[in-house]
Ligand binder design. Structure first.
Ligand SMILES: Cc1ncc(COP(=O)(O)O)c(C=O)c1O
Length: 379
């Protein structure tokens, strides 16, 4: 079985499993309890907070654990809207954000907020000057992703952070796909909020985090007890948090080496496909993107049929965001990049991760051209 859908989710790293198991077995305490059972887990939660903070360049006290990246995005966007509604009602975001951001912004539009949806160019790139021009004295938040889930395209977060700081507007960055793959620094990049998700970097599903810079105003999304310094009520998912922390530590230690290796494999796959399949084209800028992702249009085939044929060969890939596959809606990301519905329908995403090998890429390159030829009626 060959798994090339790591932007949907990743396998849990064996060392992460080992780190979390004690918290499903003997160490069952509630971190808010002051007795021995609580103390035994409280320290582990705080260590995980340090590990997450070290990966993304913030203070441990700025990390708020959540149940997902989606929750983190919602918390930042709705939390700022609630906290600053007296100051302004304008939010700037882009047309290619994940639904966790677009749906939260769409919801706020229904509540009377005004949202500017910035365009991207054919390469999927965002123009920071256009972003700056959209800021008004009513703007309270810019929400821009670090790396796109469908294409891997990177936005110039540091440049956007400088604009946000100069114009005194908060910047929320969806770092779910970028964290652990490219260097990110909340401090140096001028980010006010950063959303993260455990299952995208070899931790289990059901845990994420929102980094909230010290002094930044944001209301909680989930009201309850005083957990997470009153920012997020609810007893913590201790095992998930410990796992997330360990996964961040592994990502930090291995990022440079592993991403260099995966970029080599991704390029080999991409060049192989372009050389072997007529008309195949990469969607998005070839340099400014994650080292692990390629999104390719293969004219004359439907991505759904192609993905089914690959699945029969034991190869898992995807046609875009995992949460929208199985629906008939075309990718809003490729639409925003000016692709026709026909082009979008024939687009496949391969996203690589830590387990992938040279042999796997060779095997994909051995079977894919024949599948495409069959689907095109050429063989
Ligand atoms: C860019 C981006 N943001 C947010 C999310 C949502 O994360 P989660 O699955 O943890 O809710 C995803 C998941 O695909 C994503 O790719």
């Amino acid at each position: 079985m060959i798994y090339l859908d790591h932007n949907a989710t990743t396998p849990v790293h064996p060392d992460v499993v080992e780190a979390l198991l004690p918290f499903l077995q003997g160490k069952f305490g509630n971190p808010s309890s002051i007795h021995w059972a609580g103390r035994a887990v409280k320290g582990a939660v705080e260590e995980a907070r340090e590990q997450v903070a070290a990966l993304v360049g913030c203070e441990p006290g700025e990390v708020v654990f959540t149940a997902s990246g989606t929750e983190a995005d919602n918390m930042a966007i709705k939390g700022v809207a609630a906290a600053l509604r007296g100051r302004g009602n304008h939010i700037i975001t882009t047309r290619v954000e994940h639904p966790a951001v677009t749906s939260a912004c769409g919801y706020l539009e229904l509540q009377g907020f005004e949202v500017t949806w910035l365009e991207v160019d054919r390469d999927g790139l965002l123009d920071p000057e256009r972003l700056e021009a959209a800021i008004t004295d009513r703007t309270i938040l810019i929400s821009a992703m670090a790396a796109n889930n469908e294409t891997g395209i990177l936005f110039p977060i540091r440049e956007i952070g400088e604009i946000a700081a100069r114009r005194r507007v908060y910047l929320h960055c969806d770092g779910v796909q970028a964290a652990g793959k490219i260097p990110l620094s909340v401090r140096d990049d001028g980010i006010s909020f950063l959303a993260l998700s455990g299952h995208k970097l070899n931790a289990p599903k059901g845990v994420g985090a929102l980094v909230v810079r010290r002094g930044v105003k944001c209301h909680p999304l989930i009201h309850g007890g005083s957990q997470e310094r009153n920012r997020r009520g609810g007893t913590e998912n201790v095992a998930g948090i410990v796992a997330f922390g360990k996964a961040c530590a592994i990502a930090r230690e291995t990022m440079t080496r592993e991403m260099g290796r995966l970029k080599g494999l991704r390029d080999q796959l991409e060049e192989g496909i372009i050389a072997r399949i007529s008309g195949a084209r990469v969607n998005g800028h070839r340099e400014r993107r994650l080292p692990t992702t390629t999104n390719i249009t293969i004219p004359g085939v439907g991505a759904d049929t192609l993905l089914m044929a690959l699945d029969l060969e034991g190869i898992a890939a995807s046609s875009g965001a995992a949460c929208s596959s199985g629906t008939l809606k075309l990718s809003p990301v490729l639409d925003a990049m000016g692709r026709t519905p026909e082009e979008a329908k024939g687009s496949v995403r391969f996203s690589l991760g830590r387990g992938n090998t040279d042999e796997e890429i060779d095997r994909v390159l051995a079977v894919l051209p024949a599948i495409v030829a069959r689907l095109r009626g050429e063989s």
